[in-house]
Ligand binder design. Structure first.
Ligand code: BGC
Length: 635
């Protein structure tokens, strides 16, 4: 027995003896053994705070710093986790197990990492994190829900909770208990490539919807299964100011908002923390030139102080290094001191460990700060039940993902997210009594397009990025397949990728939109329709067949010049795996109820000047099926 172990045993001996119910404490060696097996931190009956305190008291500085880092799965082994006492591992977008992309591949991979953690001196489990941002989107076969912008249009709190709990169950089915979701930005500039990750431009609506999702993911803080069983830990992100940057730049600088105005955007965090959110991810963006990863005021004084947040603060992926570019040491120093607890340093994690050790030894980072960080990380791990159930629940793994009940929730979300913006002569809903329908556009029959970014890969089924066949990226129902299913036996449905052959049909459903993208790859200066879509629209228009246009996009786009040609216009957003939800409202099985959660601009000047006075459609606009579409609320 090492000196430290012996000292710890003596230190905690009295309490431990009292806790050793039913154990016969006969000899010294048996005594020690009994004490070792029921160290307070391993005793699930003790309060979390007591367990944290006990465990912290046993840890060396090396072990503490190891807990503070989160490497990416590709740059770490189970052996590393054991040797360095690593606290957490992540899969970045599209970082899949080497053996395959089934729940068992994931659970086996995560369990293998976990076995390394449990073999470490104190056996502290890792917490494995992933971006399950619209369902468990990296995993083939998962239910893929509409991206958040669509859920903002649906505006249904009960639905949000059910989406959260279905997502959590699917995440757990892969042995993972931590998701980096939801985004709580209320984007003010739709040029931002992450606009679709926001529920609404209104921070109040964002707070409401985000908190409901958090409750679904984590369970209720008052219940015994909070964060446990089939629940997961949620990370609300990105604190704070993403969506407010100049020009909508991803990872950009916020200059046009006063401190007072920024407070409005802190509110969603406050609300979600009240609902139980246990981790907060810091934004890449800066406020007036100060990177938030190094912002002591925002992280320590506001988040941990004023907001009373007691969980852990996680950095974004290599986010701390942006504080002082090319000065790793200074960046880490400022970030630890600002209050970041867990460092998502995908590759350079060994350097993080040596650097932080050195910073502590020189006194540039205090031991108290390290203790605060580790206390918070351990607290969430205990709450997450990781010490009791570190490995995947194999029953859940067997149960699998993408089950019909979850897909039914996703389909409900799709139909509730559709926003009807124009409906000339009540062309919608379509009748099921023998119409001859023409569906046009490759985007009508593509899982990749309708799921958007963060699906299987980081960028989604974008041909430019992954060379993936976007059509069959994930299992599910495309919009075209949904139309065929829902329209009934009397309807005739023809399809054309490029819009040729529309002549002679009763009506055309034309699907246009953005290709998949994520993060900065979606930043745009111009939100006009793509030329390929304009060509498609013109071809169908030339046939004289009435047009119903579905726009599949991560944000409003500029359609002012084209909309006059359309009989109906629907904002479909990025519906995910259950395209039949679109058909449900087109054919009147359900009413259109979605409402815009973002202002729909008339032109790019309005976007660039944040001019929301006379938009094409105001926030909150959305027709019911039985309403004829006037062009705009404001005109
Ligand atoms: C994104 C985060 C995400 C992280 C891990 C970053 O690039 O900004 O939202 O959680 O990657 O994949």
């Amino acid at each position: 027995m090492s000196k430290r172990k012996l000292r710890n045993s003596i230190f905690t001996g009295i309490t431990l003896l009292a806790l050793t119910v039913g154990s016969t404490v006969g000899t010294m060696s048996r005594n020690v053994k009994a004490q070792e097996t029921i160290a307070p931190y391993k005793n699930s009956k003790l309060p979390v705070e007591q367990r944290v305190e006990d465990l912290l008291s046993r840890m060396t500085m090396d072990e503490k710093i190891g807990q503070m880092v989160q490497p990416e799965r590709t740059s770490v082994t189970a052996e590393d986790i054991k040797n360095y006492g690593i606290g957490s591992v992540l899969s970045g977008g599209g970082s899949l197990p080497t053996t395959g992309n089934k729940p068992t591949d994931w659970a086996d991979m995560v369990d293998n990492f976990q076995s390394g953690a449990l073999a470490s001196r104190l056996g502290i489990p890792i917490i494995y994190g992933i971006d399950a941002v619209h369902g468990h989107n990296n995993v083939y076969g998962a239910t893929i829900f509409p991206h958040n912008i669509g859920l903002g249009a649906a505006d249904d709190l009960d639905l949000m909770k059910r989406i959260g709990s279905a997502t959590a169950e699917e995440v757990r089915a892969t042995g993972i208990s931590y998701t980096f979701a939801p985004v709580l930005a209320a984007p003010q500039n739709i040029r931002w490539g992450r606009t679709y990750e926001g529920y609404s431009e209104d921070p109040q609506d964002t707070g409401k919807l985000g908190s409901a999702l958090v409750e679904g993911l984590q369970g209720s803080p008052n219940d015994s299964d909070f964060l446990k069983g089939s629940h997961v830990v949620s990370s609300i992100k990105h604190f704070v100011g993403d969506g407010l940057t100049e020009g909508g730049d991803d990872q950009g600088n916020v200059t046009e908002y006063t401190d007072e105005q920024i407070k409005k955007f802190i509110k969603p965090y406050k609300e979600a923390i009240k609902a139980g959110a246990r981790t907060v991810m810091v934004t890449y963006s800066s406020i007036n030139g100060l990177k938030t990863h190094g912002d002591y005021h925002l992280i320590t004084e506001v988040l941990k102080g004023e907001l009373g947040f007691t969980g852990f603060v996680i950095s974004d992926y290599n986010g701390p290094q942006q504080i002082v570019p090319n000065d790793f040491r200074e960046s880490i120093k400022r970030s630890v001191n600002a209050g970041v607890d867990l460092f998502m340093i995908p590759n350079d994690w060994k350097r993080f460990i040596t650097t932080t050790k050195e910073l502590v030894s020189t006194g540039e980072v205090s031991q108290d700060r390290i203790n605060d960080a580790v206390t918070r990380i351990l607290r969430v791990k205990f709450e997450n039940g990781l010490f009791e159930t570190p490995y995947a629940d194999r029953d859940l793994v067997k149960q699998g993902i993408g089950q019909p009940e979850h897909r039914a929730i996703a389909r409900e979300a799709v139909r509730k997210s559709q926003v009807l913006l124009k409906n000339k002569n009540n062309i919608l809903p379509l009748k099921k009594d023998g119409l001859n329908i023409f569906v046009a556009g490759k985007k009508a029959d593509s899982m990749g397009y309708q799921a958007g970014g963060w699906t299987i890969s980081w960028q989604g089924g974008s041909p430019q990025w992954m060379g993936q066949p976007e059509k069959n990226l994930i299992p599910g129902t495309t919009i075209l397949q949904g139309i065929k299913q829902v329209s009934g036996p009397k309807t005739k449905v023809d399809f054309s990728n490029d819009g040729s052959g529309a002549e002679g049909h009763d009506v055309a459903v034309v699907v246009i939109g953005e290709p998949p993208y994520a993060e900065m790859f979606g930043d745009r200066d111009d939100l006009g329709l793509l030329q390929e879509d304009i060509d498609l629209l013109n071809k169908v228009k030339a046939s004289g067949v009435p047009m119903i246009v579905l726009l599949q996009s991560g944000r409003p786009m500029i359609v002012t010049d084209q909309i006059k040609d359309w009989d109906a216009f629907v904002a479909s957003w990025l519906p995910g795996s259950e395209g039949a939800g679109v058909a449900d409202v087109l054919f009147g099985d359900y009413q259109f109820t979605g409402k815009l959660s973002f202002t729909w601009p008339m032109n790019m000047e309005q976007v660039n000047n944040h001019d929301k006075v006379h938009p094409l459609f105001q926030k909150g606009y959305g027709l019911r099926t039985n309403q004829t579409g006037q062009k705009s609320l404001s005109k």
